[in-house]
Write a protein that binds this ligand. Structure first.
Ligand code: PEP
Ligand code: CO
Length: 446
């Protein structure tokens, strides 16, 4: 058992990025109710993901972690959820083909409702408002009323996560075959790419493999339980996470059963902070974002605190360096982990180091920067005798215009057409599939 730890021991340490609730008693009642409700995931699913991460760290499978930057309550609809699963399945099949390995699918969904902010306040039309911190906490509209943290939203978020997960489980259980068959993929955009022919060859080879599998199995490949989805979110709102932290019969330890895979964001990853204290005691596989500004010795210390027994599959380091810095920042981080024999799964997040603001004040990312950072990360790991075991992408199955570039060459001027995100810009359906195709090509050549 972890020494001197309890689900609430984080309360003795400085907790960054926590909302300031005006009514402490209302918060207490809500947390009590949350703690009494059934869990969203099970300990055996959590244990299975931990095993699969151990395999990914050893290069035997590849992890695709992807989804919204921030889920919105309003997007909890059948269409949106199905589109999200569809793009994740399509990308994963492309990655299977490229890597010749199983792909583990982890959604940034069913609970990705809380966001860290760089400032506690925002000035809108001369009005000083508390920042929007995600639908779990407050509402994005620029009014004092909307921005007041409301504990009821913790329950609404928990319920929406349950509804999302329920629908995902139902879709996976049956009737999803047509969504993952390449015959039905929307590949119209490939006309705009110089790699069109190569893309079509790859997609045809997936179709052939699936048909081959189905002939052998005698049943549709997608109509089975073989397609698994795991959930993940940033474990930011500590009272919420604590309320869902449970013991289970027949397994030692404490599990956060609101998600399979919680991670710590880069802003809350101080080794002596409350988030690290909370995460060190749970039995889930856990992630930590890392990158520029984190020294090798800090990373080593974190890896020792969060994985003292050095167990494979326990700790995932998600690096987000930015395309201009990755060659300088990543090698010393890889080196210290390798030299000290720390067991970690490395995942590349090529999104969060590549955010820029256009001249019109719109937050965006360029497809080329994202692709470049990812490609460089594969090479850097290989050159240092390390394995890049997965990718972490912000995307949506919808036809939004939030990131520039991709085969259709979206420019800064195109962004206003369908920009929905309240926080970070996401790859759209086409850009996501294109990134998967380029990554598959990279994986096949490693
Ligand atoms: C995120 O994943 O949305 C995020 C805020 O990332 P980071 O902590 O790496 O900035
Ligand atoms: Co983000």
């Amino acid at each position: 058992m972890t020494v001197d730890w309890s689900p609430g021991s984080w309360r003795h340490l400085p907790a960054l990025q926590q909302p300031d609730y005006p009514d402490a008693e209302a918060l207490r009642r809500t947390l009590e109710e949350l703690a009494s409700l059934p869990p969203l995931v099970t300990s055996w699913e959590v244990a299975s993901l931990r095993d699969q991460f151990a395999h990914a760290a050893a290069g035997q499978c590849f992890v695709l972690q992807a989804g919204d930057c921030a889920e919105r309550f309003a997007d909890c609809s059948s269409q949106r959820i199905a589109n999200q699963l569809k793009i994740l399945i399509q990308m994963s099949l492309v990655l299977v083909q490229g890597s010749k390995k199983p792909v583990v699918r982890v959604g940034r969904f069913a609970g990705q409702y809380a966001k860290p902010r760089s400032s506690n306040f925002e000035d809108v039309n001369g009005l000083r408002l508390p920042s929007y911190r995600g639908d779990l906490i407050n509402r994005p509209e620029p009014s004092l009323d909307a921005r007041l943290p409301d504990p009821c939203r913790l329950l609404r978020g928990y319920e929406r996560a349950a509804l999302t997960l329920n629908f995902i489980r139902a879709l996976v259980k049956g009737g999803f075959a047509d969504l993952h068959h390449p015959e039905y993929w929307d590949l119209d955009w490939t006309r705009h790419s110089p790699q069109a022919e190569e893309y079509h060859r790859l997609v045809h080879s997936i179709t052939d493999s699936l048909h081959f599998m189905e002939n052998i199995l005698g049943s549709p490949a997608g109509g089975s339980d073989r397609i698994d989805f795991f959930t993940s979110h940033e474990a930011l709102h500590l009272p919420y996470e604590q309320a869902q932290t449970r013991r289970v019969p027949h397994r030692p330890g404490w599990f956060n059963l609101s998600t399979h895979f919680p991670w710590i964001g880069i802003r809350t990853a101080a080794h002596d902070g409350a988030h690290v204290e909370y995460m060190r005691g749970i039995a889930n596989p856990i992630g930590v974002k890392t990158g520029a500004g984190v020294s090798p010795s800090q990373l080593l210390r974190l890896s020792e605190i969060l994985n003292p027994a050095n167990e494979p599959g326990r700790l995932v380091l998600i690096h987000r360096c930015g395309v201009t810095k990755v060659e300088q920042v990543l090698p010393p981080l890889i080196e210290v982990i390798r030299r000290e024999g720390r067991s970690v799964l490395w995942i590349c997040d090529p999104m969060h180091g590549n955010t820029r603001t256009t001249s019109a004040g719109v937050k965006t990312r360029s497809f080329d920067d994202i692709e470049d950072e990812l490609s460089k990360a594969f090479d850097i790991h290989a050159a240092h005798g390390s394995i890049l075991g997965g990718v972490h992408i912000e995307l949506t199955g919808e036809n939004v215009t939030e990131c520039t570039g991709g085969a259709r060459g979206l420019s800064d001027d195109d962004l206003s057409r369908a920009y929905e995100s309240e926080v970070d810009p996401r790859l759209n359906y086409e850009q996501s599939l294109e990134l998967a195709l380029l990554t598959a090509r990279k994986l096949s050549r490693l």
